[in-house]
Design a protein around this ligand. Structure first.
Ligand SMILES: Cc1ncc(COP(=O)(O)O)c(C=O)c1O
Length: 381
């Protein structure tokens, strides 16, 4: 297959260069402290079964795009949870529990965060209550139950499940572990972000190349901000940061464009389920507003094709299992490279060492299998 034929038409829906860009390590670590970041690494790296996830070279893609290197952090191998989310919720549970055995943990989730919290509770032998909306798949419900949590299904959307979680947790004195921050609730989401920063610590030991650009997928921005905090803490040189979001849920792009946190209306849910968020979390906003060089949004159209490209070894020597939230980083990079003006202004060229985060594997096996099948069909047509 000539890869170029398949990808040289890919385009971003929207591209925004951040006029407020002003990266300061000091500011970043003011919002997410070095102490928390270091605590996350020192704690998680001692967990049973801990292993660095692979940093894979997408050598076929870098050749096609005429870049020096494209590195892909493969989070499908993160413990047995198959997503970077395993680092956040579970770490927060451990810090909140403070070795107590008589507390009950609760959380509301669209999927992966709840799994991480349930696993974190299970690791420590704690009881756990996970609230999900009517839209969360049976498959995801089963996965959470298999980690020993009680699952409570709530009518309505994620917001409804969160309200019910807050109500019942207040009555029963359960400890809520959410990954979304607001003015009154920052510490626990910061713990989850500190957990995510561990990916960057690993990367800093996995290559001696200076990373020039990082593409970061975003929902409420926790993963992206956690990674930026990791960059501020561990990288010697600051790379350019590009945030990638679904066209229908680009709340980071919109907030940066307006210079203030802005809620958007989602008219159609994206297939990038975990990234389909209408509003940023507060701490990620405080971090990303001055550290993202550029925000791009993308359509759902190329997600299944990218999943198949990864699986069929079209981008690298080895087969990669990357889910619907892993593909956007690749699509963002390809689309930016197809736009000469933006590519030049971001100084992406033959010397660039690009970092992509492969956030998840087949965390939802049924959805993954479906998208892979569609993608393979599209590639062969
Ligand atoms: C599986 C998954 N869920 C959720 C997200 C969004 O994370 P956050 O809401 O922290 O931005 C991502 C990546 O951005 C993801 O890969």
């Amino acid at each position: 297959m000539n890869l170029k034929i398949k990808i040289n038409k890919w385009k971003c829906s929207k591209i925004l260069l951040n006029k407020q860009y002003n990266f300061s390590r000091l500011t970043v670590t003011k919002y997410l402290s070095k102490a928390l970041i270091d605590d996350a690494y020192n704690t998680i790296s001692k967990w049973k079964g801990y292993k660095k996830t692979p940093l894979i070279k997408l050598n076929k893609l870098s050749k096609e795009l005429k870049l020096n290197n494209v590195f892909y952090k493969d989070e499908s191998k993160r413990f047995h949870l198959k997503s970077f989310k395993a680092l956040g919720g579970a770490f927060a549970v451990e810090k909140i529990a403070k070795s107590k055995k008589d507390i009950i943990i609760s959380s509301a989730t669209a999927g992966n965060h709840g799994r991480s919290v349930a696993w974190g509770a299970q690791r420590l032998g704690l009881k756990c209550k996970i609230f999900i909306s009517q839209y969360v798949s049976k498959n995801r419900e089963k996965d959470i139950k298999n980690l020993g949590a009680d699952v409570i299904r709530v009518k309505g959307n994620y917001e409804n499940s969160l309200k019910e979680c807050q109500k019942q947790s207040k009555i029963n004195k359960w400890k809520i572990v959410q990954d979304v921050s607001n003015k009154k609730y920052k510490y626990i989401p910061k713990l989850t972000m500190a957990g995510y920063s561990l990916m960057i610590k690993e990367i800093s030991n996995q290559t001696n190349k200076y990373i020039t650009h990082v593409f970061l997928q975003a929902g409420v921005g926790g993963m992206a901000a956690g990674a930026v905090a990791g960059v501020a803490r561990y990288f010697k040189r600051i790379p350019k940061i590009v945030v990638v979001e679904p066209e229908a849920a680009a709340c980071v792009l919109r907030s940066i464009e307006r210079g203030k946190m802005t809620k958007i209306k989602i008219n159609k849910q994206s297939v990038m389920g975990g990234m389909s968020c209408s509003e940023m979390s507060l701490v990620p906003w405080q971090i990303l507003k001055n550290t993202a060089n550029c925000c791009v949004s993308i359509k759902d159209t190329n997600i299944s094709k990218t999943i198949a490209l990864l699986y069929n070894k079209k981008l690298s020597k080895i087969k990669i299992v990357g889910g619907e939230c892993s593909a956007p980083g690749i699509i963002g990079l390809v689309s930016v490279c197809n736009d000469k003006t933006i590519k030049n202004s971001l100084k992406i060229n033959e010397n660039s060492n690009i970092l992509l985060i492969g956030c998840e594997g087949d965390a939802d096996t049924l959805l993954y299998d479906k998208l892979l099948k569609i993608g393979k069909k599209k590639l062969s047509s």
